[in-house]
Structures are given as structure tokens and as C-alpha cells.
Design a protein around this ligand. Structure first.
Ligand code: UD1
Ligand code: CA
Length: 454
């Protein structure tokens, strides 16, 4: 049985990003770049993954957790030096695949194909390459008269003729482990950048009479590297398009994929419609025929069948079937909205349960509350849940009617079928089937205006 390990290089400073963060920590389609590379390895069936970390490794370790092994590169002396740090952790494998934390579009299937090619050819090293219209910045693939791979020359070390070459190094390679180990010992830092280049191992292996090959990738887009913020944007556009097209193939109507941001784990059922300006994050699940957007942000939300959500922000919430949400609602963590509800404009729901058919149509705050079915909230209701020290809950029974501009000072309860008169400040329990009026009685002063003007 041949064993394979993947080494993901991610220790570099990412100077051209001009960002205080680790380069591979930056997100593409709402997922850190290094996570994309990790998931491509998993999809290719490679479970031994070694991340080489250095600069801002705290961020990368926070993102990857203990799902991978780590090798620390204390001094950033180049890609060859980075790989050396990971070799002890790969001691028992036959094949090493090297990937880059800043090349996130690579797919598991492509890694598999490259590995198959590498083994079938019996190569010591197989470089994954692609032909680019604009090869600027990449290492060039130099072949001999017979088309055999000779060496890789970095942009900064290349002469005018070499710069003409369009076939470039993707920064991804398959190596026979023990050939890589030997070649690394011969790498020297005698180049324009004074670094130990991993790319030098190709010429070294070739000189040692080993077979060196190139696997030309079918889709050059998969090798798009991120060295600056503009490339981060370009790679993000490609990844978002890939995700949007997957949903479209499943029958989701996406109005404008350029302006839609769907995280990779989001599930959307056929017949749902995603309108422009939506950001769908985390484990959000959207059921059939739901309409989301425009301009809606959902994070870890479940949205029921036929529900529409307009210009809204919701997080960690479950929203039932045939619910109307928004425009301009804010649904916060711990909220559960039943079926056939309405959560209208300028309504905030926090850590609250709304039973089926309950309507909170406008300008209302429902926080820390357990609300029954078919409750009607008048405009401007507030659950007064905070006494300055702790939060208290409000409970409201089925079929209750909360008049406009009511304050419900928690802890307080309103019974089934109870009515509250508009403008009430409720501080005591309201029994079921009663009417509570908690406001001063209106006084009329006759001829008051006339007296004042005199
Ligand atoms: C590298 C390749 C180049 C290839 C390109 C593809 C070398 C010498 N050059 O160039 O041929 O076309 O990738 O994208 O390998 N890193 C470390 N430690 C270091 C230096 C780099 O871990 O000391 C990591 C970086 O964090 C990054 C990756 O290695 O994830 C590539 O480094 P980068 O500096 O971006 O190399 P390129 O100049 O893009
Ligand atoms: Ca790079």
C-alpha cells in the first residue's frame, strides 16, 4: 500500500497583501483559503496533512484546529526550506504532494489525476502546470528539445527568452518522498531572492538521472494564486461562481451571482430564489420555494418552505414555513419563528420563540420571550427584558392581543386570549381572557386653549 501525505505551505509573510493577517487566513467565498486547500486534500483521499506555518501561525492554527499536523518554519528562507521543516512528519510515506496555502481553487479531483499521472509515469517529481495568457509572476516551466521538463526558473531569475514561456509552475507538485528528501539537501540559496527554492529540486533530480515530469492541468483557473488583494478578489469571484453554478444546477434561481455570496456549506432546495445582495453564511439551510433577498444576511439559519425574507439580518435562528420577514428585520441568536408568522419592518427578535401564525408587524422588540400561537403584536411593543443587571423572560399565551405601544416589563406573563390596551406598561401578570389597561385615564380640560391664550 502506498501512503501519501500533503504538505501545505503557508508560513510566508504575504508581503504583497499589505495585510496584518496571515495570507492563507483570508477568506475566499467566506472560508479561509487554507481550509479550501485542506478540503481539496480530503476530497482527494489524503488524510495526512502537514501545514507549514510561521508568520501569524496563531490565525492559521485557529482556523485548522487539530485536523492537521503542523511544522513550524521559524525563519522564512523560501519554499524549499519550508518543505524541509515538514519532512520529519512525512517520514513514513511514499509520496508527498505539495500544495500552497495561497492557491485555494485546486480541486480534489485534480490532485487525484496528478497523483495517478505521477505514479503511472514513475516520476521522481511531477509538477502541476498550466499555460497562462499572462504568466507574469509565476515560475516558468523550461523544457528540453524533446519536451522533457528541465527546470523551473523564477520570474526574478529569468532572462528575456525564458520570460516568453507561457507554461508556468502552479506551486503544486507530487514527489517520491525519498527523492524529495535527497534533492532538498542539494538546494542552495544562490538566486535573486537569496531563498531556498523548492523549484530547484527539479533540475537537481534531473541531473541525478531521475524522471521529472509535468502534469498540465485541464483548468488553468485552479492554479490561480493569491499574492495581493486584487488576486484575492479575482479568486473569490471564481469560487463564488463555482458555488452559485452548483446551486443553479440543482434548480435554485440566483438573480445575480456577481452580487451573491454563498458560503460552501449552505444548502438551498430547488425552487428557492436568491435575490441580489445576499450573504448566506455558515450552515444555513433554505427550503423549497423560499425567497431570500434582496440584501439579506443569514448565518446558521434554517428557512422554511415558501418563506420570504427581505432586507433582513438573521443569525442562529430557525424560521418556519410561509413566514414573511422584513423588510428591515433583525433576528438574533436563539430565535424560533413558527409557521405562517409575520416579522415585519423594524422588528427585532432575540432569543424568543413565536408560535405559528403570530404576527409582529412593525417597530417591535421581542427579546427573551416565549410567545404562543396567533398572537398579534401592535406597533411599537417592547419586551422590557433587562433590569440593568440580568435579563428576564416574558411569556405570552395563545391568541393574546398586545395593543400598540405596550411595554411588557419582564418577568411577566400574559395569559391565553388576554388583551392589553394600547399604551400600557404591564408589570404584573395578565390572566387569560382578561383586558389589562395600565395607563393613566385621559382627562379633558374644557376651554383650555382659550384660557391659555388669554
Ligand atoms: C511560488 C513558486 C513559483 C510558482 C508560484 C505559484 C517557488 C520558489 N516559486 O512562487 O514557481 O509559480 O509559487 O503560485 O517556490 N512559503 C513558506 N515559507 C517561505 C516562503 C513561502 O511557507 O519561506 C509559502 C507561502 O506562504 C505561500 C507559498 O509558500 O503559501 C508560496 O510562496 P510565495 O512567496 O507566494 O511564492 P511565489 O512567489 O508565488
Ligand atoms: Ca504565491
Amino acid at each position: 500500500m502506498t501512503k501519501t501525505a500533503a504538505i501545505i505551505l503557508a508560513a510566508g509573510k504575504g508581503t504583497r497583501m499589505h495585510s496584518p493577517h496571515a495570507k492563507a487566513w483570508h477568506a475566499v467565498a467566506q472560508r479561509p483559503m487554507i481550509k479550501w486547500v485542506e478540503s481539496a486534500c480530503r476530497a482527494a483521499g489524503i488524510d495526512k496533512i502537514i501545514a507549514v506555518v510561521g508568520h501569524r501561525q496563531d490565525e492559521l492554527r485557529a482556523v485548522l484546529g487539530d485536523s492537521v499536523l503542523y511544522a513550524e518554519q521559524k525563519e522564512l528562507l523560501g519554499t524549499g526550506h519550508a518543505v524541509m521543516q515538514a519532512m520529519p512528519a512525512a517520514a513514513e510515506v511514499d509520496t508527498v504532494i505539495i500544495l500552497s496555502g495561497d492557491v485555494p481553487l485546486i480541486q480534489g479531483e485534480t490532485i487525484q489525476k496528478a497523483l495517478q499521472f505521477h505514479k503511472a509515469e514513475g516520476n521522481a517529481v511531477t509538477v502541476m502546470t498550466a499555460a497562462l495568457e499572462n504568466p507574469t509572476g509565476y515560475g516558468r516551466i523550461v523544457r528540453d528539445m524533446d519536451g522533457q521538463l528541465l527546470c523551473i526558473t523564477e520570474q526574478k531569475d529569468a532572462d528575456a527568452k525564458t520570460l516568453q514561456i507561457k507554461e508556468v509552475n502552479s506551486g503544486m507538485y507530487c514527489f517520491r518522498r525519498e527523492a524529495l528528501e535527497q534533492a532538498l539537501q542539494a538546494v542552495r540559496a544562490d538566486n535573486a531572492q537569496g531563498e531556498y527554492y523548492l523549484t530547484d529540486t527539479i533540475a537537481i533530480l534531473r541531473a541525478a538521472g531521475e524522471r521529472t515530469g509535468a502534469y498540465c492541468m485541464e483548468d488553468a483557473a485552479e492554479m490561480g494564486g493569491v499574492n495581493d488583494m486584487l488576486q484575492l478578489y479575482e479568486v473569490d469571484c471564481i469560487m463564488r461562481k463555482r458555488i452559485a453554478m452548483r446551486h443553479m444546477a440543482n434548480g435554485v434561481h440566483i438573480w445575480n451571482m456577481e452580487n451573491t455570496y454563498i458560503a460552501p456549506e449552505v444548502e438551498i432546495a430547488a425552487g428557492a430564489e436568491i435575490r441580489p445582495g445576499c450573504i448566506l453564511n455558515g450552515n444555513t439551510k433554505i427550503a423549497e420555494n423560499a425567497i431570500v433577498g434582496p440584501n439579506t444576511t443569514l448565518e446558521n439559519c434554517t428557512v422554511g418552505m415558501g418563506t420570504d425574507i427581505v432586507e433582513t439580518v438573521a443569525k442562529d435562528a430557525v424560521i418556519g414555513k410561509n413566514v414573511h420577514v422584513g423588510p428591515f428585520a433583525y433576528i438574533r441568536p436563539g430565535s424560533q419563528i413558527g409557521d405562517n408568522c409575520k416579522v415585519g419592518d423594524f422588528v427585532e427578535i432575540k432569543n424568543a420563540t413565536l408560535g405559528d401564525c403570530t404576527k409582529v408587524s412593525h417597530l417591535t422588540y421581542v427579546g427573551d420571550a416565549d410567545v404562543g400561537q396567533k398572537v398579534n403584536f401592535g406597533c411599537g411593543t417592547v419586551t422590557v427584558n433587562y433590569d440593568g443587571k440580568i435579563k428576564h423572560r416574558t411569556s405570552i399565551g395563545n391568541n393574546a392581543f398586545i395593543g400598540c405601544n405596550t411595554n411588557l416589563v419582564a418577568p411577566v406573563s400574559v395569559g391565553d386570549g388576554a388583551y392589553i390596551a394600547a399604551g400600557s406598561t404591564i408589570t404584573d401578570a395578565v390572566p387569560e381572557e382578561t383586558l389589562a389597561i395600565a395607563r393613566a385615564r385621559q382627562v379633558i380640560k374644557e376651554n383650555w386653549t382659550d384660557k391659555r391664550n388669554r
